[in-house]
Design a protein around this ligand. Structure first.
Ligand code: ACO
Ligand code: V55
Length: 290
């Protein structure tokens, strides 16, 4: 006889942080300058409903306003995210007017795409389990993605009769090869974390019991790096694929100047002085000290 295993509802996020607010579908805390944003519908495998999408826009603002220097996005329980909510986002939307549907669609698009991609802090997706369909969007929008070897990924849209929608096609051709994008989205075949790392869909995959440790290690490194330079670097790199060399040269020069202008710790002067004058650091091997 099949026994129902007990549902895991906890997340890997530390439990000691300060709550950034109260939301129905998301838990967000800041702990030692790291924001932990947890998709919190474990009983629904953290699928993304209109409520979750609306709340996420508020959560991202709350994180921006906090003292956090790094943001980690993860899921409670067994899933990172089972994709869009097939009941609330798709079936129930059939009853809405076109204008209402557009509004519902917009909050999903906005947080999963531009708001997350252009987020001012470095972002880490801690992919703790299932990641399907629409889940590939926040995954791809995060700067870094770390997963567990036994996580399960799938572009499962084909399995219920839709094409990958939203900006999933854009996201996957940026983070997967065209071959893998087509193969996995027309077969619906799943793959594990190890394979996701081989494909470079994620930055790294580690044994499950090391997932949190590895994410913390990266977050701690990012906390020591210049926040203004991180921000302008990620913005700049995100734009490269859609620019020709000549536009890019112009854009990069402008971003270079912007970075110096907004850098309140004047890292460049410190770095040059500590290397060339004081000889206390070698920038090839370590960062300057504030
Ligand atoms: N939309 C709506 N409800 C969902 C979703 C989803 N994407 N994923 C899971 N749920 C709900 C289930 O309906 C179920 O609800 P119930 O308890 O009220 O009946 C609950 O979450 C648990 O789901 P189970 O299927 O019972 O959980 P299990 O652990 O056996 O399987 C799995 C997990 C593999 C993630 C499975 O739920 C699944 O296949 N989900 C759909 C994945 C998917 O294809 N997502 C859409 C991708 S396409 C897109 O995002 C546009
Ligand atoms: C999908 C569809 C969307 C969306 C995000 O892949 C993901 C499915 C139709 O809208 O916003």
């Amino acid at each position: 006889m099949m026994t129902t295993p007990e549902l895991q509802t906890a997340s890997l996020a530390p439990t000691t942080g300060r709550e950034l607010g109260t939301w129905k579908t998301i838990k967000a805390t800041v702990d030692d300058e790291i924001a932990w944003v947890v998709l919190n519908r474990p009983e629904k495998r953290n699928c993304m409903s209109p409520t979750l999408n609306d709340e996420m826009l508020q959560v991202l603002d709350a994180v921006s306003l906090s003292e956090a220097r790094v943001m980690v996005l993860t899921g409670a329980g067994e899933a990172f995210s089972a994709g869009m909510d097939l009941k609330e986002f798709f079936r129930e939307a059939d009853a809405l007017s076109p204008a209402q549907r557009e509004i519902t669609q917009r909050s999903a698009f906005e947080w999963q795409g531009p708001r997350l991609r252009n987020f001012s802090l470095p972002t880490i997706a801690m992919v703790n389990g299932y990641c399907f369909g629409g889940g590939f969007l926040p995954l791809s929008s995060c700067d870094i993605a770390i997963t567990a070897d036994d996580s399960t990924f799938g572009l499962s849209e084909i399995n219920w009769g839709i094409i990958p929608g939203g900006n999933v096609p854009t996201a996957i051709v940026h983070t997967m090869s065209l071959r893998d994008s087509i193969y996995y989205s027309i077969t619906g075949e799943t793959f594990n974390g190890t394979k996701a790392a081989e494909m470079k869909l994620v930055t790294e995959s580690v044994p499950r019991d090391q997932l949190l440790t590895r994410v913390l290690e990266i977050a701690e490194v990012l906390k020591t790096k210049n926040p203004a330079i991180i921000r302008v670097t990620k913005e700049t790199l995100r734009h490269m694929r859609s620019m020709g060399w000549s536009e890019a040269e112009n854009y990069i020069n402008a971003k270079f100047a912007e970075a110096q202008y907004i850098d309140r710790e004047d890292g460049r002067a410190k770095g040059l002085k500590q290397f060339l004058d004081d000889k206390t650091i070698r920038p090839g091997l370590e960062g300057y000290k504030n």
